[in-house]
Design a protein around this ligand. Structure first.
Ligand code: FNR
Length: 383
């Protein structure tokens, strides 16, 4: 086992252990991947003010996100197909998040179902909802999330149409993988992944198969899903959701101050500044570049979260300094999961926590709730 010291080490290990079509699915961005790259590279020019001879004992990363106590302001982002990075991936990630003390968000497009997660955890988790044309199906999903005691609904609005990822098309992505010769050869070099998949029951898109009337098995799933994302989605649909969900509502996929204002008007409790990890609109701003204008517009009225491009604790604290109340990690936890299962997700969280804690100390602060723009060198972030 190589010595793992950073998220990049987990990425390299995941690439070795996860079959290529699933690794590529997690890692890739859309079209030229310019937004995907900018999500990470736009953090780099942002510089900290280093402080010395300040008492840095007794530091705390504890805070709240939507009123919920968190050990650090980092949540696990909703990701589809997660159970293909590692057998029972969603259950393992949810357990790691619960033990660590940060929120876990289950995707509509997950392999393990809402009920699977509820059965393997003891605290409420968050459920991410895609608005689909079949509104009766959405009503049943919301009822299932309520029955599972989910403490927040994360409504993702940036997937009315699908960004194209070249690698997925070239790899012929499917779950379970099509047994073509290249796929069989690739899987033979990934024995840990294959053994894991063989040892656990195949769950197969548990939020959808058996719950949407037209979908009885995995082969009818992709046709149904492809025509279910709703290009006609509007703010009236958010109101429709509000009438059916009385818990916390987080709106994800906001990249524009005008949309942020509309989200506030819709009665959301929080928004997530997110470009879906660079998987949707290629050519959009990076999330960290979009964040300051959105915080300026609505930050006094609503909690602003962000994701896309977070690979370190340094990234987390930069986002907090620019006004985010918390961030979500997508690929950073997927790499950990693909590399080492539950232990790998814990490793991801440990690495980010340590980096966040030490960076905060270098900036002369001991309480994460006090992080603001004053820890940054003025003019080093995009406005
Ligand atoms: C996603 N994302 C996502 N978002 C969502 O609301 N529902 C989903 O099902 C998915 N699925 C998904 C799959 C994979 C493999 C990835 C990488 C991402 C987007 C996700 O929630 C988050 O916005 C990004 O992952 C954040 O970017 P980073 O942290 O991956 O750079």
């Amino acid at each position: 086992m190589p010595v793992i010291t950073c998220i990049e080490d987990l990425r390299v290990l995941a690439q070795k252990r996860v079959p290529r079509m699933f690794y590529d699915y997690a890692d890739a961005g859309s079209w030229t991947e310019s937004t995907y790259r900018a999500n990470c590279s736009d953090f780099e020019p942002i510089k900290f003010r280093q402080r010395v001879a300040v008492n840095m004992e007794n530091r705390s990363l504890r805070t709240t996100m939507i009123g919920q106590e968190v050990r650090m302001p980092v949540a696990i982002a909703p990701t589809g197909f997660t159970g293909m990075q590692h057998a029972d991936g969603e259950i393992l990630a949810a357990r790691a998040a619960e033990k660590f003390g940060v929120p876990f968000t289950l995707s509509t497009m997950s392999i393990c179902s809402i009920e699977d997660i509820a059965a393997h955890t003891s605290k409420p988790f968050w459920f991410q909802l895609y608005m689909m044309k079949d509104r009766a199906f959405i009503e049943r999903l919301i009822a299932r999330a309520k029955a599972a005691n989910c403490s927040a609904l994360v409504l993702t609005l940036d997937l009315q149409v699908l960004g194209q990822r070249h690698k997925d098309l070239k790899n012929g992505l499917s779950a379970p993988p099509k047994l073509t010769l290249p796929n069989i050869l690739d899987m033979m070099t990934k024995p840990r992944w294959c053994m894991g998949m063989l040892q656990t029951p195949r769950r197969g898109f548990g939020n959808i198969v058996g719950h949407a009337t037209e979908v009885s098995d995995l082969s009818s799933l992709s046709a149904w899903t492809a025509q279910q994302f709703d290009p006609a989605l509007s703010w009236a649909d958010v109101e429709w959701i509000k009438q059916r969900w009385d818990g916390k509502l987080i709106i994800k996929g906001i990249m524009d101050a005008e949309d942020a204002r509309l989200a506030v008007n819709s009665g959301a409790d929080a928004i997530v500044v997110s470009n879906h990890g660079g998987r949707q609109l290629d050519g959009a701003l990076s999330s960290i570049a979009a964040l300051p204008a959105i915080v300026d517009a609505v930050g006094r009225e609503i909690e602003v979260h962000m994701d896309s491009g977070i690979r370190s604790g340094q990234d987390v604290i930069k986002a907090l300094a620019l006004g985010a109340k918390g961030v979500y990690i997508g690929r950073a936890f997927l790499y950990g999961l693909g590399a080492m299962g539950e232990e790998g997700v814990t490793k991801t969280l440990d690495i980010i926590e340590r980096e966040l804690d030490l960076t905060m100390a270098f900036c002369g602060l001991t309480d994460v709730r006090k992080v603001d723009k004053s820890i940054l060198i003025p003019g080093t972030w995009l406005t």
